[in-house]
Design a protein. Structure first.
Length: 162
């Protein structure tokens, strides 16, 4: 059907539709994109390094399941507490914290302050803060205080906070 055969009302409706679509496309290209949220950016090396220092400052604190400091910790409670000191909030479970990181593909890209997640039996069971030289600061189990330990298994991955 040609445009000459359309009634004036239908032509006006088609024109309005085309004009509306053109305006929408124009607006989409001329409006500047929204500013990304601060949480979408990867945390700086300086803040990550300070989080390591905060974790180290809790050396010797007793382990307690569900504890978030400042005197007793479980694994995710320690990472949560240390990062809160540098202005970064984290949830309180190792698996929930894993959802807040950018997973590192290569071991060579790890740096102090990255989170180290341990997995097995179908899920993530532990988290610590990378201290460098294949060691982490962590709160591991009842009877063992916060300490720096060697990474003991290959079933782990590194994540950088966003």
């Amino acid at each position: 059907m040609s445009l000459t055969r359309l009634s004036p009302v239908r032509m006006l409706s088609a024109f309005t539709l085309v004009l509306g679509l053109a305006f929408t496309l124009f607006a989409a290209y001329t409006v500047s994109p929204a500013t990304p949220k601060a949480s979408a950016t990867v945390i700086t090396a300086a803040k990550a390094g300070n989080a390591v220092k905060w974790a180290a400052s809790r050396r010797g604190s007793p382990y307690q399941y569900g504890a978030t400091g400042p005197h007793r910790f479980d694994c995710s409670g320690l990472t949560r507490w240390a990062y809160a000191r540098v202005g970064k909030s984290l949830p309180h479970s190792s698996s929930a914290q894993a959802s807040k990181v950018k997973r590192l593909k290569y071991k060579k890209n790890r740096r102090r302050g990255d989170l180290v997640f341990f997995y097995g039996g179908g899920g993530i069971y532990h988290v610590g803060i990378y201290a460098g030289r294949n060691k982490i600061w962590h709160a591991s189990q009842p009877g063992t205080p916060v300490r720096k330990s060697r990474i003991w298994t290959s079933a782990h991955f590194y994540g950088r906070l966003r």
